[in-house]
Structures are given as C-alpha cells and as structure tokens.
Design a protein around this ligand. Structure first.
Ligand code: SF4
Length: 354
C-alpha cells in the first residue's frame, strides 16, 4: 500500500499526537490538489423514499421501525426537485432510498431517471449526471437503470470484514450478495462507489486497514464513508460502549486522509454524517481530501422521516459554499464532476466539457 505498510497505517490510527494528525491532513490535501485540483463538486441529494424491505441493525429506516412515518415522493415531485436544482447550477444528483424487491419500483425509478435526463438534456448545459443509491438489485435491474441514464451507483459494503458484516445485518442479508452486486455494477459500466461506517460496535483498527485494502483491491471509483452514529430505534443502539471502541470522528477523518493518499484519483464524499458529528466536520473532511459535497434537496416535510441516524445536520448550499471557499477550495457548478479514476481504469480520456 503506497509508501505505507499495513503496520504504518495501524500506527497512524493509534497515534494521538495532534501535530502528526495535522501533518496527515496537510499531506492528504496536497495530494488532492496535485491530482484533482482545488475543485469540489456538487451532488444534490434527493432521499426519495424511506420504505425499505431490509432490517440492517444500525439503520433508523429499517423495516421493523414502526415509529416513523413512511413516505415516497411521486415521480413528478422528484423531477420538479431535480429541475429546480438544475436551474441553481446543480449538474449532478444523488437519488437515494430504501431497498426493495418489487420490479415495479425499478421500473418507476428508471422512468424518473429517463425523464430527468430528457428534460435536462434539452437545456443548454446538457443533461444532469445521476448517481443512484437504492441498494442490492439484480444484474438486469441495474442494467435497466443504466440504460435509463444513471451512470454512477453507490452501494456501501459497510464493513469489508465478513464476520463484522454479519454482526450488523440479519442473516437474510448476505455479504457475498453485496460483493456480487458491486461486480455487476462495474461490469455494466457504472462508476462504482462503496464505503464503510467507522466506529461500529466491535470494529477495530485492523478492520479499517482491511477496508482500505478492500477499496484498493476492488478498484473502486468513488468512496462514501462516515462515522457510525447510533439510532435509538435500532438493535445496535442497545449495545453498551466499551473502553476499546474506536473514536468514530477522528478515525473517520484519518480514514479519509489515508484513502486519499492511497487512491489519489477517486471521488470522495464529505458525508453528512461527519458534518453532523462535529461543527468542523466539513472543513476537516475537505482537508482530508474529500472533493464531493451533497446538499440535501429532500423536501423539508420528509427530512425528519429519513433518519438513518440521529441529529442529522442540514446545511444550505450557501453555508456549504462559504465553508468550502474558506477552506481554500472552489465549488464547481454546472459540472458532473465524474471520478477521474473511472476514466483511467477504462482507458478513456476525462471529459472536460461535462
Ligand atoms: S441501510 Fe439501507 S437497506 Fe439497510 S435498512 Fe437502511 S435503508 Fe434499508
């Protein structure tokens, strides 16, 4: 791994020295600027539905949580949000929702994607780039969404360690199925993103080193990861804190910085979770090499019902923009901001005009 051995990386996670931490962030920031420039790209996040057929032990919108109000935006509502965002300079969206088994839901989403592509494609800046994050589907279902016009997909592994994965998911959810999905997405041609939660009960630094190795071996194009934040309506919430639990915040920032050093040309998100955990979360995530921000565009009336975790922070585009500029970076409107790594691994030239 890079110039670091796995032992070096473990030492970085365990090291409490503040000066060394600041040096790590400076190096990661330098790497991002050298490889990707000082640009940060936008993904307008639409959390279109909180219905979910699954029961992940950490997630607030799991099927067994009967205390939340379920919602699903109509296709007209999603398209209206998308086109309003387009007018404001968003050229990429991330559409996210719970997981489902019903083919009609795939058809519905394919219709939404296709319509947004058509409407935005007729405008002067060209069509909206679309990332989907709607969970595990079949090869044919992913293909349908690709053919509708989505070209990026985020499917987090949550932990690359199979034993830990099993501890945070019910037996009906398979680690190997998730690996197969990641392969299917890559085979179809998507820019593929994955990620993990940091600070999970039972997780240690060795797991995080394994996660970094997993991202590299899988040759991923995008990374979306952040701290584990417990939600009271979940089975994991009941698990008592232990003295050797890892610190989710600092470890997340270190994880991002290390990911930037090891994978200099991938896209990496400054997650909402990291911004929710600490007021300096965005600034540190940017210094650690994040080059994507995802302002939430979900209608305000639905936001409190899309609680994957508690105390979620919502920042306006203006506030995000101010923090990005004060970090010495530039927020780029009207660009897809695709993953450079994707084009390199496919042997294609990077499109400068989208
Ligand atoms: S993490 Fe995703 S698949 Fe799991 S319960 Fe939450 S929304 Fe459903």
């Amino acid at each position: 791994m890079f110039q670091y051995s796995e032992q070096n990386i473990l030492d970085i996670f365990k090291n409490q020295d503040e000066n060394d931490f600041q040096r790590l962030l400076d190096t990661a920031n330098h790497y991002r600027i050298k490889n990707l420039g000082n640009t940060v790209y936008l993904r307008g996040l639409i959390e279109y539905s909180n219905y979910c057929d699954r029961n992940c032990f950490y997630c607030g919108i799991r099927n067994d949580n009967k205390k939340i109000q379920r919602y699903r935006l109509s296709s007209e509502e999603i398209i209206a949000i998308a086109m309003e965002a387009y007018k404001q300079g968003y050229h990429s969206l991330a559409i996210q929702g719970g997981e489902f088994e019903d083919q009609r839901e795939v058809d519905y989403m394919a219709g939404v994607v296709s319509k947004i592509k058509d409407l935005s494609g007729a405008s002067s800046y060209g069509s909206m780039g679309i990332t989907l994050s709607i969970g595990e589907l079949s090869y044919q279902q992913y293909l349908k969404l690709w053919e509708a016009g989505a070209h990026r997909y985020l499917l987090r592994i949550e932990s690359s360690d199979e034993a830990l994965f099993k501890k945070i998911h019910p037996p009906s959810q398979s680690y190997h199925k998730r690996l197969d999905c990641l392969e299917a997405l890559k085979d179809i041609g998507f820019q593929v993103g994955t990620g993990v939660m940091i600070g999970l009960p039972g997780q240690n630094y060795e797991h995080l080193v394994q996660d970094l190795r997993f991202f590299m071996e899988r040759d991923i194009d995008m990374l979306g990861m952040g701290p584990y934040i417990a939600h009271p309506a979940t089975p994991l919430f009941k698990r008592k804190k232990k003295s050797n639990d890892i610190d989710p915040y600092t470890s997340s920032i270190k994880m991002m910085a290390l990911a930037r050093l090891l994978m200099p040309d991938i896209n990496m998100v400054a997650s909402t979770a990291i911004q929710s955990l600490h007021s300096d979360g965005l600034k540190l995530a940017l210094r650690a090499g994040a080059n994507i921000v995802m302002p939430v565009l979900t209608p305000e009336a639905c936001r409190s019902d899309y609680n994957l975790y508690t105390n979620k922070e919502y920042k306006s585009l203006e506030k995000l923009s101010g923090e990005i500029i004060s970090s010495g970076l530039q927020l780029n409107y009207w660009k897809w901001g695709d993953s450079l790594h994707y084009y390199r691994r496919k042997g294609l030239s990077y499109p400068v005009n989208i």
